[in-house]
Design a binder for this molecule. Structure first.
Ligand code: AMP
Length: 221
């Protein structure tokens, strides 16, 4: 199965992708995470992307499409994937469709998660990530913890540079002005499954799995 996870920053795509990845046994491909790793490693890609990401803007389509082509050529993507954070523009969506056709990829489903903007801002300003395993927590959840409860890494929690209030506002604006139109593109091309993300992580995950299993009832997880 190939899941294209769509939604505003902070709506829960990363959290849900991680759970789905382990339940469905397919890799979680986060373009944001690929870029953050490149920034961290100070690669050429990282140097190009750093300032753009810290401002909450979009990395150019040609760069992103190159990343996706390279990722899809990896053996781990052979039996499916969960794509989180791509496509973010109509051009990326068109290029992705070309690639899907070229590689004859089947069972592609678009999942759009929604939540109110006030909830999104609250979640993003309250979000900490483990540097080591990339698990996501609220500040309160790890307030008194020395180690990550998932991977045991010590003092590994950090706040993303783009999770400050002014950058969050810009990311939401970019979503509304550019990324939202990807849904209009898919409206005529693919079925889009909408999920209300304004709920607990467990409930959202259950809703996703219920919808997916009723669509592909042969899936085992
Ligand atoms: P994310 O982790 O998905 O919130 O992505 C973090 C940042 O990486 C975004 O704000 C963009 O600057 C960049 N980015 C990630 N995916 C894309 C994409 N598909 N197109 C353009 N920029 C992207």
């Amino acid at each position: 199965m190939r899941i294209l996870l769509f939604g505003m920053p902070g709506v829960g795509k990363g959290t849900q992708a991680k759970i789905l990845s382990s339940k469905l046994n397919i890799p979680h491909i986060s373009t944001g995470e690929i870029l953050r790793q490149a920034v961290n490693d100070e690669t050429n890609l990282g140097k190009k992307a750093k300032e753009i990401m810290h401002a909450g803007e979009l990395v150019p389509d040609s760069v992103m499409i190159g990343i996706i082509k390279e990722t899809f050529s990896q053996p781990r993507c052979k039996n499916g994937f969960i794509l989180d954070g791509f496509p973010r523009t109509t051009i990326q969506a068109e290029e992705l469709d070309k690639l899907i056709e070229e590689l004859k990829l089947t069972n592609v489903v678009v999942l759009s998660i929604t939540a109110p903007v006030t909830e999104i801002i609250k979640r993003l300003t309250d979000r900490l990530t483990c540097k080591n395993c990339k698990s996501i927590f609220t500040k309160n959840e790890v307030k008194d913890l020395e180690k990550c409860p998932v991977c045991n890494a010590k003092k590994s929690f950090y706040q993303r540079k783009d999770d400050t209030e002014s950058v969050i506002k810009n990311r939401i604006e970019v979503f509304n002005n550019v990324t939202k139109s990807v849904l209009d593109y898919y409206k005529y091309k693919r079925e889009v499954i909408f999920i209300d993300g304004n709920d607990t992580v467990e409930n959202v995950n259950k809703k996703i799995l219920d919808k997916i299993t009723s669509k592909f009832d042969e899936i085992k997880y």
